[in-house]
Design a protein around this ligand. Sequence first.
Ligand code: FES
Length: 283
Amino acid sequence: MYEVVSKKRLADSVTLLEIQCPAIAAKAKAGQFVIVRQKENSERIPLTLSDWDAESGTITLIFQHAGRSTHELALVEEGETIRDVVGPLGRPTEIEKYGTVVCVGGGIGLAVLRPIARAMKEAGNTVISIIGARDKSLLILKDEMHSASSELHVTTDNGSYGRHGLVSDVLDELIGEGRAIDLVVAIGPVPMMRGISDKTRPHGLKTVVSLDSIMIDGTGMCGGCRVTIGGETKFTCVDGPDFDGHMVDWDELVTRKKMYSEHEKECMALFRAECGGGAGGDE
Ligand code: FES
């Protein structure tokens, strides 16, 4: 059993849980994930680590209430326990001294990007971060990304905070200004990561994306996270979650994500009928 030592609501449909997991906190690296099972009969949820503290023995998970399982997880309160937390799993992000790294994050992707930006800065890179959300109320981890970066740009789609526009607009400008960029890390919604990869490809800018959002159970068994990378079949939970954005078969990935959306809607309808879907948030 793993105790939830603190809980915060970061945005309307986004919850932070800090969980006592000393063994995982001692070994965690940026880009890795854990599998959470709230109760004996709950589904397994793979969630990428947003933070950890080896001294206090805690890990931090930030997740969007996107389906039944995450809505249920958001109902766990401080002082309560979670049945299983397994990890750290997945291949860590390759952290080295590249020079200038541009970290582009959107929405809940910032939870994954934060430790990567921090590790890149600690490795001696100049980290230019571009973070965004649809609306100010959905923007998370702004202060944390500020500390993890040498330079921070903030956008909102509707102009309610920071610059009015998309994260890709700022990347366009940096490239247009001829800024030296050695690596781009893009983490967020699939259309955003695809768009960033399309922009960097003609400039030969190496671009890493995290496909963690496609994982189902994170065990390497269900096959739900299968992706095609440079013509080869890969499993996101075993071979990733990070991949070269220029090698991803994005059309296949979009189709795969759509396959699960109908089933998820049915599960949510059932959950709401059972308990009113008390965690709030979107679908
Ligand atoms: S998430 Fe099931 S095989 Fe990767």
